[in-house]
Design a protein around this ligand. Structure first.
Ligand code: FES
Length: 101
């Protein structure tokens, strides 16, 4: 095992799990794939990729509250993610990293 410090200042996990209809609800049917893609592209456009990594995650078992997003190492959990929440989150990221872009 080779333990290292985190290579990014933030690693953002957006659940993009997809289930067949008729099964338990999933984040992807509530738009998480598009939200993930939007946030990932925004990080790239803002030239923040050296600070922030946006990843897809599998199910984090809070499906009924989704779409869900986990922000590490902040230990921040965001549920009911939508375009407005992503916009607010982007503003927070700009306030934190905007000068480092
Ligand atoms: S499908 Fe996203 S938390 Fe379960």
């Amino acid at each position: 095992m080779n333990t290292k410090p985190l290579p990014f200042k933030k690693i953002i996990f957006v659940c993009t799990n997809c289930r067949d209809s008729g099964e338990r609800v999933c984040c992807s049917e509530r738009g998480s794939i598009e939200l993930h893609a939007d946030l990932k592209q925004w990080v790239k456009d803002q030239n923040l990729r050296h600070h922030i990594r946006v990843c897809k995650s599998g199910c984090m078992d809070r499906c009924e509250e989704g779409p869900n997003m986990l922000v590490m190492p902040d230990n921040v959990w965001i549920s009911d993610l939508d375009a407005d929440a992503v916009a607010a989150f982007k503003a927070e990221l700009l306030a934190e990293f905007g000068d480092d872009a």
